[in-house]
Design a protein around this ligand. Structure first.
Ligand SMILES: [Zn+2]
Length: 396
């Protein structure tokens, strides 16, 4: 890969200043995942049009939300994707002391919902556009902004599908907050809801019904054993915690102590280290579900158990000699080894689609999702250096 010349300080300063101005606008759009993101998308389209760049929308089924794709430097192959999500988590019931949907600058920090997670990266990418648009590029740059990441990565699949219809990019950089460190792996996320349907009867007549709660407990017991086995037997020391986690976050069942429960519902969350296969991990669970189904059918008419997958976010796996890591090491100007995160992100989807992928973005996950979310301005400056080097790298 070619050496990158050190970009002039005025370009870095310009990108940093423009990023803060753009961020000020982006924070003002309440793009909580429950709301539409179309006002923000329209704002970005107008901004890009000012540099002669046409953006494409990839709308959701209801037309209330959209992904955005914009290509700078022609639709050739081998491009570099800068990707981030436009939605933010709710501020409801959080004790904010600053306005969440207005940018507040104080003591070297910028406050507002989405400053770390992850509108600063979007703003950095947009602030870099003028420097990319004014020259011929050796490789195209694609902006790929998604919706509904925070509620299970719902938008990114269509976004990638549309992008790949046009060309075959080589590299994806996902700008989730990593303090500009390079992250080469994240865990997968699998969410399931289980509904056990029993048959109600008076608790004194237990032979005339079947308690959904008591069947559900058997199945949950198997999940608990799975969680213990993963922690004991299958460690990957690059992660914290170093094993695949399985937790049961929700249980609802029954109506009174003296009634056999007609229904019990529970949901569990499995996050696997990249080298553990979800089907292997869950094999004892599926066996338990089949056994429960047989039991229910034998003991009571109408008894059943159903399992619904709520989300499946693929893991990001460490690549051997991955181009994304090599590129980002150059762009960040450090030789620090790449690392891992335990949170899930859209990166695994890009990698699954064949792109060499890493996560690298400004801000810290420590500040994400919290009241008074902020980003250090020094992180914006680090991001601006990264983007200025990217400009130098792709320009002819
Ligand atoms: Zn995020």
């Amino acid at each position: 890969m070619a050496e990158i010349q050190v970009p002039p300080a005025e370009i870095i300063d310009r990108i940093a200043a423009d990023t803060i101005a753009i961020l000020d606008r982006l924070i003002a759009f309440d793009t909580t995942s429950s709301e539409s993101n179309l006002a923000l998308i329209a704002h970005v389209e107008t901004y890009l049009a000012g540099f002669g760049i046409e953006a494409r929308r990839v709308a959701d089924d209801h037309g209330g939300k959209a992904n955005l794709i914009a290509t700078i430097g022609g639709a050739g192959n081998g491009g570099i994707v800068l990707s981030g999500h436009t939605d933010v988590v709710p501020v409801t019931d959080q004790p904010w002391t600053m306005p969440p949907f207005a940018l507040t600058r104080r003591d070297g920090r910028l406050y507002g919902r989405g400053t770390s997670d992850m509108k600063s990266f979007l703003a950095l990418a947009l602030a870099t556009v003028p420097h990319l648009a004014e020259r011929r590029l050796r490789r195209p740059i694609h902006l790929a902004f998604s919706y509904d990441e925070e509620v299970g990565c719902l938008g990114v699949g269509d976004l990638i599908g549309e992008l790949l219809q046009q060309c075959t990019p080589a590299v994806a950089i996902i700008g989730e907050p990593t303090n500009m460190k390079i992250v080469d792996s994240h865990k997968s996320i699998h969410l399931y809801e289980v509904v056990v349907t029993g048959v109600e009867a008076h608790s004194s007549l237990s032979h005339e019904g079947v308690s959904a709660n008591m069947i559900a407990v058997e199945v949950m017991h198997v999940l608990t054993r799975i969680a213990e086995a993963e922690e004991r037997l299958h460690r990957n020391p690059r992660f914290d915690p170093a094993w695949s986690t399985l937790t049961i976050g929700v249980i609802q069942g029954g109506t009174a102590p003296n009634i056999l429960a007609r229904e019990c519902r529970f949901a569990f969350d499995l996050r696997t280290v990249p080298d553990r296969d979800v089907d292997t991990i869950l094999a004892p669970f599926w066996t338990a579900v089949e056994k429960a189904r047989t039991d229910l059918a034998r003991r009571a008419q109408g008894g059943d158990i159903s399992v619904r997958r709520l989300a499946a976010v693929p893991a990001l796996r460490e690549e051997e000699d991955g181009e994304a890591r090599t590129l980002c090491t150059m762009l960040s100007g450090t030789n620090a080894p790449s690392t891992t995160v335990s949170y899930g992100a859209e990166a695994g989807y890009f990698q699954q689609a064949g792109l060499s992928t890493v996560i690298c973005g400004p801000g810290s996950i420590e500040q994400a999702h919290r009241p008074d979310e902020y980003i250090e301005i020094s992180q914006i400056e680090a991001g601006a250096r990264f983007m200025a080097r990217l400009v130098a790298f792709v320009r002819d």
